[in-house]
Design a protein. Structure first.
Length: 204
């Protein structure tokens, strides 16, 4: 009988996703506009829009659904629905992720716009998981929409990209293969491809 390896306790996991708008010439440089963190059961731990740190040149509204009005400072009594300063968001997310296993899709993009490095061994990136790519005969990272449809027959991002929906979707993909994934990790057989080398600063 094959040896079974325990999956770490649910309390050790958080799923992370961000949504970015564009800054700089042509809006080509990503800048965080929204972040979502959920627990292992998909319950929201933290979710907020983020105040821009420089001029937004492309809200990418068709894709993100984000408007200029979403990125305004909070005013009572609707502060909960308004944007928070980037420094406060970075500090809060860094505290939440400390000593956690972080699940996500293309996590290097999220960690990059947050400016938060995380131990590579404590990440579970569904975009890099080799069995998912093998199942779809892909030689590169696939979009979350593609993974969810082909592997779970579930549609996501039908209207726009939502950080909260993406965090939950990535978590569901991970949970669908968590036992196999963690068994490989426990055996010292890392089951994922490496993230892009240009984002090595995002990992410890």
């Amino acid at each position: 009988m094959a040896q079974k390896y325990p999956v770490p306790s649910p309390e050790r996991f958080l799923a992370l996703s961000t949504t970015s708008v564009g800054c700089g010439p042509g809006g080509g440089t990503p800048m965080i506009a929204r972040v979502a963190v959920v627990d292992y059961r998909g319950q929201t731990i933290f979710c907020t829009h983020v105040l821009p740190t420089t001029t937004v040149t492309d809200y990418r509204a068709t894709m993100t659904g984000i408007q200029a009005s979403d990125l305004q400072p909070g005013r009572w009594p609707v502060a909960y629905s308004r944007a928070m300063p980037w420094n406060d968001v970075q500090q809060r997310v860094a505290q939440l992720l400390r000593d956690k296993i972080v699940v996500g899709h293309m996590l290097w993009q999220d960690l990059s716009v947050l400016g938060i490095p995380h131990p590579a061994v404590a990440t579970r990136d569904v975009a890099l998981y080799q069995p998912f790519r093998n199942a779809l005969k892909a030689n590169q990272a696939l979009g979350l929409q593609t993974l969810m449809w082909h592997l779970m027959r579930r549609r996501v991002q039908e209207t726009h990209v939502c950080a909260l929906e993406n965090a939950r979707a990535a978590l569901d993909l991970y949970r669908s293969h968590s036992e196999e994934w963690e068994a490989n990790v426990a055996r010292g057989q890392w089951p994922s491809f490496l993230p892009p080398s240009t984002f090595s600063r995002c990992y410890l």
